[in-house]
Design a protein around this ligand. Structure first.
Ligand code: BES
Ligand code: ZN
Length: 398
């Protein structure tokens, strides 16, 4: 591959600043886009990369092999956390089985009882009017009453189970915030319409509280312990979603940067980190910041790539205001957005590290089984942009 022969190939993509002149990067070539395709295929080959699964373990092995082939060392930073998993929950009405999602914090149980449809949104008086004692209460999702409150009101009124029906398109997923001694299932609006007061049903909520063993992959050139910049993205995905855009795209972007700078001085000033457990609450990035505090404190910038492979909107940056504004001065076409820290740059910003979050908006397949494609050209465009912004992130490094 062209980028594996840097002596011959480096130097065609010189950007204007001092750092880039001393640290040219491998040119974007058609053939190296094929490598991004190969990376995406490998990452997607084994199904959703849920933290703790065999699939993410295989992805880790693939990533480590790529970094090693580029001359980087790798290590695994391991961490554990508890997670509530739904093992498959449903409600059976006659011969029909309606699949649903256990609300997080729900009790696991199988109960057979009559249905009581609650009108309204599940206030105590709504529940009282429906006479739910000994029955399974069916309550609509509604903005003013949280799931936990609806379920608690039903429990207090003697219900033996609760089904919450979505009030918009799609599956209902949610959390009770804490645990509740009652099985609580979420179903779609279409499925909820099949439920009638007085039906005898069997509600089956199968859950498990498990300990997840997560591991970030950290790659660096031998001897590097005080990186100035960290390129990161999460490699995990949610249950049932193959996670091509979210976030094989960002994972491939991190690997692409690592390839392009592998034989430049920048590689000795960088860490490349693929985070695990992002979808379970930024677990990997939080663990990294907590367990690598000296390295984190020394960082001058963190670049996070999350959902850069589908062009819902033009490439945009969020994160630290001063850095995203400076980025826009360098590349005026770059969009800047305010983000709420829902990805791995969040813990770095909290630790005081100036951070840039690269993404292209939320596509229709976000967290869905249809998240199966990401475009290498868009991924390459994101890494081109990141490399152009290096002098903005590391202003005095010349
Ligand atoms: N990739 C998303 C975050 C995201 C959403 C990036 C939209 C760009 C645009 C991420 O994997 C995710 O789903 N995050 C969660 C929060 C996290 C703390 C579990 C989210 O945004 O709901
Ligand atoms: Zn994501």
């Amino acid at each position: 591959m062209r980028f594996l022969l840097p002596g011959v190939l480096l130097g065609t993509l010189l950007v204007t600043s001092g750092l880039s002149q001393t640290a040219p990067v491998a040119p974007a070539s058609a053939s190296s886009l094929d490598v991004i395709s190969t990376d995406l295929k490998a990452l997607l080959a084994n199904g959703p990369r849920v933290a703790g699964s065999e699939s993410i373990e295989k992805a880790r092995g693939y990533l480590e092999a790529q970094f090693k082939a580029l001359g980087y060392e790798t290590r695994r930073d391991e961490f554990t956390y508890g997670r509530f998993d739904d093992l498959g929950s449903d409600v059976r009405v006659g011969s029909r089985t309606i699949a649903g999602n256990a609300l997080q914090g729900s009790k696991g149980a199988e109960v057979t009882a009559l249905l009581a449809l609650v009108s309204g949104v599940g206030t105590p008086s709504d529940v009282a009017a429906a006479n739910v004692r000994g029955k399974i209460a069916v309550i609509s999702r509604g903005q003013n009453v949280p799931f936990a409150q609806k379920a608690r009101n039903a429990l207090d009124a003697g219900a033996v189970g609760v089904i919450i029906v979505n009030n918009t398109m799609g599956e209902l997923r949610g959390t009770l915030g804490g645990t509740l001694d009652l099985p609580v299932l979420g179903v779609s609006q279409a499925d909820g319409a099949l439920l009638r007061s007085g039906d005898s049903v069997t509600l089956r909520v199968r859950t498990v509280d498990r300990t997840v063993r997560g591991a970030n992959v950290v790659a660096y050139k031998k001897g590097v312990t005080a990186p100035e910049i960290l390129f990161g993205g999460h490699m995990d995905s949610v249950v049932r979603a193959p996670g091509a855009n979210d976030n094989a795209s960002g994972t491939a972007a991190v690997l692409d940067v690592a390839r392009r700078v592998a034989n430049t001085p920048l590689s000795a000033r960088a860490y490349f980190v693929l985070f695990d457990g992002e979808e379970d609450g930024l677990r990997g990035s939080r663990a990294f910041v907590a367990n690598n505090s000296a390295a984190t404190r020394g960082l001058r910038a963190m670049f996070n790539f999350d959902m850069v492979g589908v062009d819902v909107t033009p490439l945009a940056v969020g994160g630290t205001d001063s850095l995203s504004q400076a980025a826009q001065r360098v590349i005026p076409s770059l969009q800047v957005f305010r983000d709420s820290g829902g990805s791995d740059h969040g813990p770095f910003i909290d630790a005081g590290v100036p951070s840039l979050f690269f993404h292209r908006g939320i596509d229709v397949n976000y967290h869905q089984p249809g998240d199966v494609t990401a475009d290498p050209t868009l991924i390459r465009d994101a890494t081109d942009t990141a490399l152009k912004l290096l002098d903005t992130a590391l202003p005095s490094a010349r």
